[in-house]
Ligand binder design. Structure first.
Ligand SMILES: C[S@@+](CC[C@H](N)C(=O)[O-])C[C@H]1O[C@@H](n2cnc3c(N)ncnc32)[C@H](O)[C@@H]1O
Length: 480
């Protein structure tokens, strides 16, 4: 094991039964510590006289990949590879989807195209019971780590071969599989940034009805700060909008919709998941044969800075774009697109995932997985009546001018130089926001609008109620 300073992540130890007493004993050691960044206990030992090396990371943070490994007795060495423990939920979702595919189609051939240390490949083999996994990472230096991780599963020979490891460009692997007609049922492209060059080769290498699990980590582009780059990568011109993290998912799907249609396919998102670390945008797409349906949800999105209203703009209305508020302030109407504007998930599919997660004991108390909450939230978001985007309650409160200025102003005056001020402020603010959220949701239901929370922003609502109406309702509530 090479050198490592404490606080950095080098080696993930899957706990088995060692959580608790073992950790406490180790904590008594003078060379043990708590890493606030990874929220993990670590133990260090001296490798050489002048250098310290991280020996184990003891995961006590619950939302990690340890549950499956505890059950299966496997462990993962991340070595020098790029590995994020925070991506555990993204990996969980991929494994659930791959497993559902195996259960329905009775065969599962997976390509883990950018596999890092091979954790996904191992999980697809063990948990999703993949018949075959191709683990590929362009970096040859990762070879030993991947091999040692995967060798926990018997490799098999000939027709029964369970896995292979290669170090090629992901596009070369996919092109090769296309040429040799050796298609995959599930392709996982866990790439960095907004590299969309993988899209077309992935569609070519996928069996019809197969699943493509895509990633983008380019929050800067989805935030509307690099529209030209976004245009090149995903064929969409993005401007800064309040729900830019949702647009990140829609941008990724739109890029896939465009590439798929070139090949005569169309795609449907089964789930879309945003995670703030990174940030990471992940979508699971089902690829179907046939051209884009007429109602393809592939259009433009307008947001008026002046009134806060959002609207979908179809291609045939591009020449007549105006905001219903008619304020016509130059520059107030931002238009992004083309983007995917349809539902981000399939509720039926998510319900199957949730069911499987429950069967596997991933949702019960003590598993540490917040999957149940997440999947339920995604199911709520799947209502086809809900439009794209969300309304942040901060924005609503500010537009409706219903914040509690007297209270906050007074507190501000009283505690002007008190460091506790911010906490107090946040406490009251969140209390106010939560009660407004509950009240607004109830009221909108009475008024016949559809609402849900958003897994992307905790203080936001998704609704088909226009901003002006939301403001009216919020003001009425305030007067009650
Ligand atoms: C985000 S990491 C993968 C993390 C891994 N999937 C996990 O869940 O821990 C991306 C990996 O892609 C590899 N990579 C980068 N460009 C690549 C390419 N064009 N083809 C194949 N692998 C590539 C990098 O070496 C890196 O290990």
């Amino acid at each position: 094991m090479s050198e490592q300073s404490p606080g950095q992540k080098r080696f993930e130890m899957v706990l088995g039964g060692k959580l608790g007493k073992g950790v406490l004993q180790i904590m008594d050691s003078p060379v043990a510590g708590w890493d606030p960044f990874t929220k993990s206990y670590y133990v260090v030992r001296f490798l050489r006289k002048e250098q310290m090396s991280l020996l184990w990371i003891y995961d006590i943070q619950p939302n990690l990949d340890w549950n499956w490994a505890r059950l299966n007795g496997a462990s993962i060495d991340a070595g020098d590879t790029f590995f994020r423990r925070e991506s555990a939920t993204g990996r969980d979702l991929g494994v659930l989807a791959a497993s559902l595919h195996k259960k329905t189609h009775h065969s599962l051939r997976v390509l883990d195209a950018l596999c890092g240390c091979g954790i996904r490949s191992l999980r697809y083999l063990i948990e999703a019971d993949a018949d075959f996994v191709w683990a590929n990472d362009a970096n040859e230096n990762h070879g030993n780590v991947i091999l040692s991780n995967l060798s926990q599963v018997s490799r098999g020979f000939g027709e029964n071969r369970r896995w292979v490891v290669t170090h090629c460009d992901a596009n070369a692997v996919m092109a090769d599989s296309f040429v040799h007609k050796e298609y995959f049922d599930f392709i996982d492209v866990d790439s960095f940034g907004s590299d969309s060059s993988f899209l077309r080769p992935a569609f070519n290498a996928l069996r019809f009805g197969g699943l493509l699990y895509l990633t983008s980590t380019d929050g800067y582009t989805s935030g509307g700060h690099r529209p030209q780059h976004c245009l090149a990568a995903y064929g969409a011109y993005l401007r800064p909008m309040p729900y830019s993290n949702e647009l990140g998912l829609r941008m990724l799907i739109a890029g896939a919709v465009r590439e798929a249609s070139v090949l005569g396919y169309h795609v449907a998102p089964l789930f879309s998941y945003y995670s703030y670390h990174g940030p990471v945008f992940r979508v699971l797409l089902q690829v179907k044969r046939g051209k884009l349906p007429n109602n393809s949800h592939y259009s433009f999105i307008g947001y008026c800075n002046k009134c806060g209203n959002s609207q979908a703009i179809s291609w045939d209305r591009l020449g007549q774009i105006r905001c219903p508020c008619n304020l016509n302030v130059p520059g107030s109407l931002l238009v992004s697109g083309p983007l995917y504007t349809g539902p981000l998930h399939s509720a039926t599919y998510l319900a199957e995932m949730l069911n499987l997660a429950e069967q596997w004991g991933w949702t019960g108390n003590g598993t540490g997985k917040d999957l149940k909450k997440l999947l339920k939230q995604l199911i709520d978001e799947s209502d086809p009546k809900l439009p794209f985007g969300f309304i942040k309650l901060d924005e609503l409160a500010s537009r409706a001018k219903i914040d509690s200025p007297p209270l906050l102003t007074m507190m501000s005056a009283l505690h002007k130089n008190d460091p506790r001020l911010d906490l107090t402020k946040i406490y009251w603010k969140s209390l106010v926001i939560t009660s407004i959220f509950v009240a607004i949701t109830w009221w909108m239901l009475q008024e016949g609008y559809v609402t849900s929370r958003s897994h992307i922003a905790s203080n936001a609502i998704k609704t088909n109620c226009p901003m002006a109406e939301c403001i009216r309702i919020a003001r009425e509530l305030r007067q009650c």
